[in-house]
Design a protein around this ligand. Sequence first.
Ligand code: SF4
Length: 71
Amino acid sequence: MATRKKAPAEPAETVVACEHCRYFVPKDGRNECRRNPPTVAVDFEDGGVTSMFPLVDAGEWCGCWAPKLNS
Ligand code: SF4
């Protein structure tokens, strides 16, 4: 009696979102985008100047999204 072959598993759907992007870095309770170098940020309350990576929400995305690397 012939046996029926199992259907191949569906490939996992790639979700385009920051949390699945290679440039997404959760750090110290916030999510940074490391696609570009940090930029200058000014604290208008005390006039302090610093540099930082853009903060992003895990569910957002942009046109530079790229899948995470396997290595
Ligand atoms: S999708 Fe865009 S904004 Fe989000 S982590 Fe990737 S490069 Fe940064």
